[in-house]
Design a protein around this ligand. Structure first.
Ligand SMILES: [Zn+2]
Length: 411
């Protein structure tokens, strides 16, 4: 059996530390929101690292940044993630996947490994959603449309068009980043788990089988506001009591119609008029449901609608719901998953097969090529927080796994 290759750990560690300081504030959090000054600084830094490494620096119309090796080959294996962060983020979400991919491509160049397919380490634009999320990967996959681009703005009202222009890009050109599918051979994203499963198992590698889909509804229940003292309990149309009844049934619905991967969350609730001495006549809340299987998600959606109907009838309320968003689940490519598994075995790394409960660029890219993900553990499951942490030995193991996987996929 051929020997397994290894990365330059010092170089990777140094780059992770350097990037971590770009956009870091006094509270320890990273504030590198897409196309912000800190993000632009990180992009410039990455571009410099790429050219210094002797790789070809490419930037596409969606402002995705790539490091290419053997770009003259007709097909390519891609690996990467995102440089942008949520406000107050940790230093690894996205950044690790970009820097690990760069390290692997640079290492393969140094080792002069013969390839059938070119390699590309890529940093996608706005994964975290300052302007909507996954914009760079959607553009590459041909899923970003001019209407969406024109309407996109951040919470402060800054338009995507203006932010792209400030970065030297024409936002209307973003859809031109779409790739010819025939040029794409495979995609692998290394990412921190952002959950507690691997850490609790003391397992260094997550072998991602599928990325969960989700639907998000905004539900309104309407009854009647009335005097809290004079309205007898049995004569009320209390909207909050309907919410409580519905919420108490989330677990039952998951038990009956879901899988061990199903999740249901009510994360936002408002009651009206919102006074201590008034029976709440109206309640508005969100329901977010996730699973890795499209059929299961449909069953869950139907079951939650029936539950809502029953609750409204029981409490004499009027129900209404609007779909805020829907994202289908994305199974990972069996070929890529099996390649990662074989390389983990060859490297003697323990692994755990699992779904990704969070959305990633890989979800979008999986619609246009064979795609898969590798997870490394998050200490205590913490992410989107300055407490986000992964031991470097786990980062090293995951990147070595990525390196050997990319070699296998591109050979
Ligand atoms: Zn991420």
């Amino acid at each position: 059996m051929p020997a397994q290759h290894t990365i330059n750990s010092n170089r990777l560690q140094h780059r992770i530390q350097t990037l971590a300081d770009i956009g870091r504030k006094g509270d320890g959090g990273v504030y590198r929101m897409a196309l912000s000054p800190a993000d632009l600084e990180a992009r410039a830094w990455l571009g410099n690292e790429i050219t210094t490494a002797g790789l070809e620096l490419r930037t596409d119309p969606a402002a995705n940044i790539s490091a290419c090796w053997k770009p003259e080959l007709p097909t390519r294996v891609l690996s990467g993630s995102h440089l942008d962060s949520v406000p107050g983020a940790g230093h690894l979400d996205g950044a690790l996947g970009v820097l690990a991919a760069l390290e692997c491509v640079e290492r393969i160049k140094e080792l002069d490994i013969p390839l059938k397919h070119g390699l590309e380490a890529i940093a996608f634009t706005d994964e975290e959603g300052r302007f909507g999320g996954m914009l760079g990967s959607q553009a590459l996959a041909g899923q970003l449309y001019p209407g969406v681009i024109l309407a996109a703005r951040d919470l402060n009202g800054v338009t995507l068009t203006d932010a792209m222009a400030a970065a030297g890009f024409d936002a209307q050109q973003m859809p031109l980043a779409e790739r010819d599918r025939k040029t794409l051979h495979a995609f692998v994203e290394l990412h921190i788990e952002q959950g507690p499963v691997l850490d609790s198992m003391n397992c260094p590698i997550g072998l991602v089988q599928a990325i969960t889909g989700l639907f998000k509804w905004e539900i309104t229940l309407e009854g009647e506001s009335n005097h809290a003292g004079t309205t007898p309990m049995n004569m009320r149309r209390d909207a909050l009591q309907g919410v409580v009844d519905f919420a108490s049934q989330l677990q039952r619905v998951l038990d009956e119609y879901g899988t061990c991967h199903s999740r249901a969350t009510i994360g936002k609730l408002q009651v009206f008029p919102g006074a201590a001495n008034v029976v709440p006549g109206k309640a508005v809340f969100t329901l977010e449901v996730r699973d890795t299987d499209a059929e299961v998600m449909k069953q869950l959606g139907d079951a939650f609608q029936r539950t809502l109907f029953a609750v409204a009838r029981k409490h004499d309320l009027v129900k209404n719901f609007v779909i805020l968003s829907e994202l289908p689940p994305a199974p990972c490519s069996e070929w890529v998953v099996e390649t990662v598994r074989q390389q983990a075995e060859a490297l003697g790394l323990a692994y755990h097969a699992m779904p990704s409960g969070a959305a990633h660029d890989c979800q979008t890219i999986s619609s246009v090529t064979h795609a898969g993900m590798i997870f490394v553990p998050s200490k205590g499951g913490k992410s989107h927080s300055p407490h986000e942490w992964t031991a470097f030995k786990d980062i090293e193991a995951g990147t070595n796994l990525l390196l050997n996987t990319l070699i296998k996929l591109a050979s």
